[in-house]
Design a protein around this ligand. Structure first.
Ligand SMILES: [Zn+2]
Length: 92
């Protein structure tokens, strides 16, 4: 794993911890920073990162905390507290 990927990994953990601590604003900063690092280094964000962040408001999503998860027709539908839905195939 290179340095950029490691930083993204660490930022994801920090964003998760901040969200659990009720500090969504701080979590958003970590999410945005990780996205910037990925862009600058032409890395794609890990699947776990993409699925745990809201594309509209950059918040880090934790089911039962600030996100709802539904299973529908073989898809996972994640609803952020900002109202944005994200869908992805149920494959895990
Ligand atoms: Zn959102």
């Amino acid at each position: 794993m290179d340095v950029a990927a490691e930083r993204i990994d660490r930022l994801e953990a920090l964003a998760r911890a901040a969200t659990k601590a009720g500090e969504e604003g701080r979590a958003r900063e970590y999410v945005r920073l990780a996205r910037r690092i990925a862009e600058r280094n032409r890395l794609s964000l890990p699947k776990s990162f993409k699925r745990s962040t809201c594309g509209a408001c950059d918040v880090y999503l934790i089911p039962g905390n600030n996100a709802r998860i539904r299973l529908r027709n073989g898809h996972v539908v994640v609803t952020c507290s900002c109202g944005t839905h994200a869908r992805y195939p149920y494959d895990e």
